[in-house]
Ligand binder design. Structure first.
Ligand code: COA
Length: 274
């Protein structure tokens, strides 16, 4: 695809399809989102959506390169934000164009399950990439934050909206108004990170979760994702109605019959909608 976004296709344990591990690869710039990365992430989303073999997407950041002689190593990062050097000299029209229909929306709009695997800084746009995934699995050295206020800015990739749903109104206000970061433990307490693991365990554990998800019916996963999302855009009464229809419609699918029969016969379901 490109040098700044690397895709590894990891076979699913059930022998059908792959988990796409997507690595944002600018470690010398803490994987900051420049235009090249943003365009490549959008391409990746189009590829993942239309490629039937992709059953789950993991997004992560490349670890640091060995430092040159006598220099300090760069820190670990998921993504340390939008590339600030690309903000210089830009006006509202240009920014509006760049930030509309952006890569973060493309990740959010993927119908397939997405996991952010966060080891190090997830700041600004990095926090927003993580929040646009369905699940965040973090290492104990992960750091999340929305420091845009220090640049005279606010989040521009949906952070003001998505983070509120994860941490609640008050904490979102605090994070975005102070620009202070939260460490891994606090991120876990707040519900930003679903799970925390040591850096050594992070990949293995994240793959375990991805494999568990990838072993389910793709059709049912899509319906689950869409229905859970409805809770963000609708009130409870409307949301429950949406759920009732989605639930009922699943009774017309082969996979419901396969799943129920597998349970009753103590077998493993062989999903049709892979
Ligand atoms: N945009 C562009 N470059 C960035 C970047 C960003 N968001 N974040 C880090 N970098 C670059 C640094 O400029 C530096 O490049 P250089 O080595 O060529 O000078 C390199 O990545 C390493 O970062 P550095 O700042 O030296 O590491 P550090 O350990 O001292 O600090 C951070 C780490 C994350 C605290 C610091 O890099 C930082 O605050 N980054 C910006 C975070 C931010 O405001 N994000 C929101 C943007 S809207």
């Amino acid at each position: 695809m490109s040098e700044v976004v690397i895709i590894d296709e990891i076979p699913c344990e059930n022998g059908d399809g792959v988990i796409a591990k997507v690595t944002i690869n600018r470690p010398d710039k803490l994987n900051a989102l420049n235009q090249d990365v943003v365009n490549s992430l959008k391409e990746m989303c189009a590829w993942a959506e239309e490629n039937d073999s992709v059953r789950c997407v993991i997004i992560t950041g490349a670890g640091p390169n060995p430092p040159p002689e006598g220099k300090r190593a760069k820190p670990n990062a998921f993504v340390a934000g939008a590339d600030i050097t690309e903000f210089v000299g830009k006006g509202s029209n240009e920014i509006l164009e760049l930030f509309t229909d952006n890569a973060i929306e493309a990740i959010w709009n993927l119908s397939k399950p997405t996991i952010a695997m966060v080891d190090g800084f997830a700041l600004g746009g990095g926090c927003e990439v993580a929040c646009s995934c369905d699940i965040r699995i973090a290492s104990t050295r992960a750091i999340f934050g929305t420091p845009e206020i220090k640049l005279g800015l606010i989040p521009g990739y949906g952070g003001t909206q998505r983070l509120v749903h994860l941490v609640g109104y008050g904490k979102a206000m605090e994070m975005m108004m102070t620009g202070n970061n939260v460490d891994a433990e606090e991120a876990y307490r707040l519900g930003i990170a679903n799970q925390l693991y040591s850096p050594d365990e992070l990949l293995e554990r994240t793959l375990e979760i991805a494999q568990t998800i990838a072993g389910k019916s793709m059709h049912t996963l899509r319906v689950a994702k869409k229905t859970i999302r409805a809770a963000l855009d609708n009130g409870l009464t409307e949301g429950v109605k949406i759920e009732a229809i989605a639930f009922a419609n699943l009774f017309d699918t082969e996979d419901k019959e396969i799943g129920v029969q597998a349970f009753l016969n103590r077998g493993t379901p062989e999903w049709k909608h892979r």
